[in-house]
Design a protein around this ligand. Structure first.
Ligand code: AFP
Length: 353
């Protein structure tokens, strides 16, 4: 079919018509920013922006030049439209105030401009993650306006800059994927109403951290690795791309479980991923597609944020596996996984050690 396919603009206008039509206009600006970032990322080393920006972000992580440029792209494309009360970015310590020259609206855009950027210099898929919140009336956002649970998100999405550039979006009516047609410049709806398979035999975790995980995660992963020889009685496959957008996209396309759990590698950080602009938008997309997204001890979308850049443990994907891992956390927390943990039942050795 040459004409008449649903474009992102058509989809967004139809889905947000009425009360949130301003949000529709904002999403079209986000898509324009994504196209600019896609063009930049797609140039690779020819862009002249490879390598370090010789700076660190609020996370204390090295900033790549392309992180800074992707951040600029979103600010410039979205600040002028009159839909926003403010923005918050992984790359900015504090929220971004809308310049005085522009009108304000009641929406808040929260984003990670280039997730997985440590992969950008080795030509592996990276992405942009975004979330839209709102406040009661138009005006300048306060920091507290951003500290809302993920259940209050009006929209969430990501772009993945892979062999194809795709934009995956939810406005609360399912999760839908659009593929960038570079000839027309349009995002075309190619994957309407995505569903995450309930079951999976594929897990994603950085196993180099195994010694730092909590016991329920160690238990779950060792059972996956035991495969047919263990209690799961089935072999599992493992993936780790170190780009959350690519992992989540694979899970939306074919199922799986992604874990970046709480670990004691750095007790100050209860996990690596950030709640507001990584975990929450991905959790909304996964839940809207029928999957589950948990901290291990509760729904990610119900976590009450306390800080703009706070981190949270992330376990998400095929519902059956997420629920199994939640059960393992519960059994660990209640001692039910160690029925003989009590000293009364401890193994008695004939040889005093
Ligand atoms: P960068 O944006 O610094 O590359 O981090 C990517 C990320 O936040 C997430 O996208 C990955 O899933 C995770 O970190 C990878 O973490 P490890 O490098 O510890 O495996």
């Amino acid at each position: 079919m040459l004409f008449g396919r649903t474009t992102l603009s058509k989809f967004v206008i139809e889905q947000t018509r009425g009360q949130h039509s301003d949000m529709g206009a904002l999403l079209i600006d986000v898509a324009a920013a994504v196209k600019s970032i896609s063009a930049l990322v797609g140039k690779g080393a020819l862009s002249g922006f490879s390598g370090s920006a010789e700076a660190t972000n609020v996370q204390g992580e090295e900033q790549k030049k392309i992180d800074v440029l992707a951040n600029e792209a979103i600010l410039r494309h979205c600040e002028w439209g009159g839909q926003l009360a403010g923005m918050a970015s992984e790359e900015l310590d504090a929220p971004y105030a809308i310049p005085a020259a522009y009108p304000r609206g009641r929406y808040l855009l929260v984003f990670d401009p280039l997730d997985g950027s440590s992969n950008s210099d080795v030509n592996v898929s990276v992405g942009t993650i975004f979330s839209i919140l709102h406040r009661a009336e138009a005006g300048d956002a306060e920091s507290s306006d951003f500290l809302r649970p993920g259940t209050e998100q009006l929209a969430a999405g990501y772009a993945i800059y892979g062999p194809a550039t795709m934009l995956v979006l939810t406005v609360g009516t399912g999760t839908h994927a659009f593929t960038l047609d570079r000839e027309s410049g349009n995002f075309i709806l190619t994957h309407p109403d995505i569903r995450v398979p309930e079951a999976t035999r594929e897990f994603a975790i950085n196993t180099s951290n195994e010694r730092f995980w909590e016991p329920p995660v160690q238990r779950y992963v060792s059972e996956c690795k035991a495969g047919k020889t263990g209690i799961r009685e089935a072999d599992f496959n493992m993936r780790w791309i170190a780009s959350m957008v690519a992992e989540v996209h694979r899970i939306l396309m074919r199922g799986g479980i992604f874990m970046y759990p709480k670990d004691n590698k750095d007790p100050a950080k209860p996990g690596r991923l950030r709640l507001l602009y990584e975990a929450n938008p991905m959790a909304m997309l996964i839940e809207q597609a029928g999957g589950a997204a948990s901290t291990g001890r509760g729904r990610i979308l119900e976590v009450a944020p306390e800080k703009l850049h706070q981190r949270v443990p992330v376990i998400l994907g095929s519902r059956e596996e997420v629920e199994r891992l939640e059960r393992y956390h519960y059994e660990y927390d209640t001692g039910a996984d160690r029925p003989y943990a009590s000293p009364l039942f401890a193994e008695r050795s004939l040889f005093r050690d």
